[in-house]
Design a protein around this ligand. Structure first.
Ligand SMILES: N=c1c2ncn([C@@H]3O[C@H](COP(=O)(O)OP(=O)(O)OP(=O)(O)O)[C@@H](O)[C@H]3O)c2ncn1[C@@H]1O[C@H](COP(=O)(O)O)[C@@H](O)[C@H]1O
Length: 118
């Protein structure tokens, strides 16, 4: 079993644990909005580390993001395997090719003269 799968198994067990002895249970007790906010905060911290931190900071913040993402998905009942399957489905399709198939969105952008380069 790989690291993320083991973490997912632990997190699913801890969601129903005593909030006094488990951070995951504490997040569950605080509710989905708090979990979502924590994930957003960790993502911002990871971005800051990528832009101005050192390698160790980036690794630490990336681990926080993966942990809080795992908690959020478990709370929502979405297995990591489902996310992996979505990535598998996308495998081999260039992001540029996929973006070019979004015709209505592209037309809207050109009508507004918007092009953020993403
Ligand atoms: N990987 C992690 C992990 N990464 C980060 N964290 C915790 O995430 C919290 C986030 O810290 P922050 O400083 O961002 O937030 P805070 O201000 O302390 O807390 P908030 O009040 O804002 O939520 C810290 O308490 C970290 O210890 C983690 N807590 C648990 N795990 C894994 O989850 C398992 C189950 O943990 P428990 O549920 O605590 O048993 C553990 O065995 C680990 O494998």
């Amino acid at each position: 079993m790989d690291t993320l799968s083991r973490l997912e198994t632990t997190v699913k067990q801890r969601l129903g644990a005593d909030a006094g002895s488990s951070y995951v249970a504490q997040l569950h007790a605080r509710g989905l909005p708090v979990m979502a906010r924590k994930l957003g905060e960790e993502a911002v911290e990871m971005v800051v580390a990528a832009l101005s931190g050192d390698r160790a900071e980036l690794v630490g913040e990336a681990a926080d993001v993966l942990f809080h993402l795992t908690v959020l998905l478990a709370e929502k009942g979405v297995p990591l395997a489902e996310v992996m399957a979505e990535l598998d489905r996308r495998e081999g399709t260039s992001g540029l090719d996929e973006k070019a198939t979004r015709q209505p969105e592209n037309q809207d952008n050109s009508a507004a003269g918007a092009n953020d380069g993403d």
